[in-house]
Design a protein around this ligand. Structure first.
Ligand SMILES: *[C@@H]1O[C@H](CO)[C@@H](O)[C@H](O)[C@H]1NC(C)=O
Length: 215
């Protein structure tokens, strides 16, 4: 009986590992058809006979992102929304520009792990492990260095140099998704009730209203 449970446990583990990233393709490609009215998990395939090189192409990652904003960073995504040919491939890219001392605020990607390399400047990067440890694993990385952010974990980057910084991130999903912690918690639409947030953060409601006014 116990061995049955062990077997079930192992099968569950294998099954859940198999589902930990985007599904594998079942054909050479399945370029997403943005005009299809059919709703599926991902995108419907465009007729392969109509597929062109441009379906696999994006130009623009040489462009410097505009970091004139409250956090001093700009993410330029290149995922299935920009390249329909990424549909079913489980990968995507992003360019991240940082103003001096700019940050990419704490956020998570619900569907992807991330591997990031610094092209220019230096970044303080880190992620926090899940409950109950909530351990911060962080490091300062420099041009040519690579750092990994595990799927689903809250992570951030900060430019710790006096010049600008640039990084390229690769992600293990065609559509990684972004949950910016502050925006999700204090900037939801409609608001999460201040009762909930005051108790969750152990502060008074005025502090919550102040936070909500920023997001
Ligand atoms: C950058 O963004 C700011 C704020 O939105 C805007 O005022 C400025 O014109 C932009 N700069 C460029 C070069 O697009």
């Amino acid at each position: 009986m116990a061995s049955h449970f062990l077997l079930l446990g192992i099968m569950f583990l294998i099954f859940s590992v198999a589902l930990a990233s985007d599904h594998s393709p079942l054909q050479d490609f399945c370029v997403g058809d943005k005009n299809s009215p059919v709703l599926v998990n991902g995108m419907v395939c465009k007729d392969p006979k109509l597929v062109q090189a441009d379906d696999f192409f994006f130009s623009g990652l040489h462009m410097v992102g505009n970091t004139s904003n409250a956090v001093g960073s700009k993410v330029t995504p290149v995922n299935v929304a920009q390249i329909a040919g990424l549909n079913t491939f489980g990968i995507s890219l992003a360019r991240i520009d940082f103003a001096p001392f700019g940050i990419n605020p704490p956020h998570t990607h619900p569907r992807a792990s991330e591997i990031l390399t610094v092209l220019e400047g230096s970044l303080h990067v880190g992620f926090v492990t899940s409950n109950p440890e909530n351990r911060l694993i962080s490091k300062v990385i420099y041009k040519g260095d690579v750092f990994v952010f595990p799927q689903g974990l809250v992570h951030f980057q900060k430019n710790v140099g006096y010049g600008k910084a640039v990084a390229i991130a690769a992600l293990s999903s065609q559509n990684p998704g972004v949950i910016a912690i502050a925006n999700a918690v204090f900037g939801s639409n409609p608001d999460i009730s201040s009762d909930v947030l005051a108790k969750a953060f152990q502060v008074d409601k005025n502090t919550i209203y102040q936070m909500q006014s920023k997001f």
